[in-house]
Every structure is written in C-alpha cells, then in structure tokens.
Design a protein around this ligand. Structure first.
Ligand code: TIU
Length: 222
C-alpha cells in the first residue's frame, strides 16, 4: 500500500492512508458552547471555538479522500448508572452531571448539549463512540472498530488537548497506534496546558506520538 508522509514533529511520519483514521474527540456543545459541562466547571468555553474551522477542513478532506472517520462523545446514560460517584461528585461545579441546564441535562446522552457541534456533525457511515470517561478506549468498542478496519495510525483532533485528547492518545499509543495530533485542531481552556500537552506528546523522540498542523495533514492527504 502506498505510504503517505506527513510533516510533523519530532520528525515526519509515514502512514498508509487506508490504515489511517481521523478521530474527532468530543467536539460537543457541552464543551464548546455556554451553558454546558465545560462552563459549569468554571471555564471560558470561547477558548475552544478556534478549532472548529480547521477541524471542518480536515473532516471535509478526509471525506473527500475516503479516510476512515470516527467521532467520540463524552457523556452518560440518562439514569447515570455509568457515571462514577468520583466523577459526579468532584469539585463544586455550577451544575453537576445530570442536572438540568440551558442545553438539557449536563453531559447526558441524547440531550442537546451532548450533541457534536453542527459544523462537525457526523455523516452516515461514520461511527460515533459514546464514552463515559476521558479516554476513548475505556469502556467503549473503539479498539474493536479500528482493528476491524485494520487501522494502524490515528489523526487525533478535538477537545480538550490535555484531557480527552491526551488520555486517548496515551491509550492508543499503548495499543500500538501511531498518533498524529494537528495542534490547531485541538484546544484547551488553558492555553499553557495546550502548549505543554503537545510538547509532551512529541518530546523524547515522540514518546506518545507526533504533532503537526492541519495544513500539513491536508498537504499530505491531498
Ligand atoms: N474539562 C476538560 O478539559 N475536559 C473534559 O472534561 N473532557 C474532555 O476533554 N472531552
């Protein structure tokens, strides 16, 4: 199969496009819009909106070129039977997981706030993986979906850089996937965490993966 080289740090990375997936992490209204989970934690959610346009371009290119696309959503069952008390009771948020908010119940599947933002909405044929935790591999069938398809490399986009993107990249790296993170397609409520999280991925010869930009991915996948 032809190899495609993506310019990245700490070095260019060669992938087979037929064995590469675009993984869109938790680009949900609950994290990007006022009134959702992210804001209940005290965050300025406007810091995440810059990812939408580069993610939209990457998603469009992936669809054009036939790259496998998977979306994830963080959230819980309406009865919250899959939400650990340690998660629900943590901190002092304005509204707890499951409480009614302006976009429906906070971080609950099926509620308006749980949906992926309209600009990045999944298309038919793109699996959507619902996850109860921060990592996309814990208590989900993501690995089964990727293995079934023969996927070996992941281009990981989404929010937030140091929480769900990082956790997922660490989980994927240990499972043998090459993980490539376009910096402008991820964001954090804390700009300094975003920068350091990306440095952590590419340090030590790419200890968890590679970092790049959406432009470099677009140039490579055509
Ligand atoms: N709070 C925060 O930065 N992130 C999360 O809780 N979940 C995800 O990153 N998706």
């Amino acid at each position: 199969m032809p190899l495609c080289t993506i310019e990245a740090e700490p070095e260019p990375v060669a992938v087979e496009l037929e064995r590469t997936a675009l993984v869109m992490i938790d680009l949900q209204r609950d994290f990007l819009e006022p009134g959702g989970f992210g804001e209940t934690l005290g965050n300025d959610v406007s810091r995440l909106s810059a990812v939408i346009e580069p993610c939209r371009r990457l998603l469009a290119a992936a669809r054009r070129t036939g790259l496998f696309v998977v979306h994830t959503r963080e959230g819980h069952r309406p009865d919250t039977s899959d939400a650990f008390r340690a998660k629900v009771e943590r901190g002092a948020p304005a509204l707890r997981i499951g409480a009614p908010g302006p976009m429906g119940r906070i971080l609950i599947r099926g509620e308006p706030g749980h949906a992926i933002v309209p600009e990045l909405a999944p298309e038919p044929g793109e699996p959507v993986v619902d996850k109860p935790g921060k990592g996309a591999f814990y208590a989900t069938d993501l690995e089964l979906i990727l293995r079934t398809r023969g996927i070996e490399a992941l281009i990981v986009c989404g929010v937030t850089t140091e929480v769900c993107v990082h956790t997922t990249v660490r989980e994927a790296n240990d499972r043998g996937y090459r993980c490539i993170v376009p910096a402008d397609c991820t964001a954090s409520y804390f700009p300094e965490f975003h920068e350091v999280a990306l440095r952590m991925i590419r340090a030590q010869g790419g200890i968890f993966g590679w970092t790049t930009s959406s432009d470099e991915v677009l140039a490579a996948i055509g």
